[in-house]
Design a protein around this ligand. Structure first.
Ligand code: MD3
Ligand code: FE
Length: 218
């Protein structure tokens, strides 16, 4: 019944939820742009393909990644870093489309972070069974800038932890079109993604795509 109502108005309603100091979950805010994002991701992956990076510890990540923007996040045996050249192709990463930039900027402002100017969009692809272990995002120079993330396709359970690794985590469902914004005192919270469940989503088929917009270089 309610599903029919939402379908009649063209999807789930938008709703802003404050999760913690500086952390917001914007339900459904990317639904209208989702197909444009996915088409762009498909094009970018022709230039800089998805790949499973190696960690400094010698493991291969289960998440497949690529980037667009002036720099891209990469990992190998020597460590994590942002690089202007895609090490797989030897060429620059695909340019970040203006509508990606505009979307991230507007969403950040909506969450109370005006002036956000991302220079990178990290693109994560999760097949069923894929997870992202508990970590902090601290490879960016300016930790005052927020991060904006867009969830597309299959749903995920996200774990929002604290500033200390052993702090208890809170589980949140992330669905197609949901947007997270993290800044201020929440910027260095630990976080994780639990293994993605098998499924089918009309927009992506059998995977989840996550975009994270960041200001990597001051
Ligand atoms: C909370 N990606 O790429 S996005 C990552 O769903 C990453 O692919 C996850 O964690 C994903 O590093 C989660 C949401 C997110 C991004 C950055 C954060 C949550 C965050 C930084 C601090 C706290
Ligand atoms: Fe992260």
């Amino acid at each position: 019944m309610t599903d029919d109502l939402f379908a009649a108005v063209g999807g789930l309603p938008k709703q802003k939820e404050a999760l913690a100091d500086g952390a917001f979950l914007l339900h459904g805010y990317a639904c209208n742009q989702a197909n444009d994002f996915l088409e762009a991701v498909h094009r970018m992956a022709l230039q800089s393909p998805f790949r499973q990076m190696e960690t400094p510890g010698g493991y291969r990540m289960s998440v497949a990644m690529t980037n667009c923007g002036a720099v891209g996040w990469t990992s190998d045996r020597h460590g994590y870093r942002y690089s202007a050249i895609d090490p797989l192709t030897g060429h620059p990463w695909p340019t970040m489309p203006a509508d990606f930039q505009d979307f991230a900027r507007e969403i950040a402002a909506e969450a109370g972070f005006p002036g956000f100017s991302p220079d990178v969009c990290l693109i994560n692809r999760y097949a069923p069974g894929t997870k992202l272990s508990l970590h902090q995002d601290k490879d960016e120079v300016d930790l005052l800038a927020p991060i904006v993330s867009v969830s597309l396709g299959l749903p995920a359970i996200f774990v929002l932890g604290g500033l200390k690794r052993q702090d208890p985590g809170r589980r949140l469902g992330l669905r197609h079109g949901d947007v997270l914004v993290w800044g201020g005192p929440s910027r260095l919270r630990h976080h994780a993604v639990l293994p993605i469940k098998e499924g089918h989503h009309p927009a992506t088929g059998n995977c989840r795509i996550n975009l994270t917009f960041r200001q990597a270089r001051g």
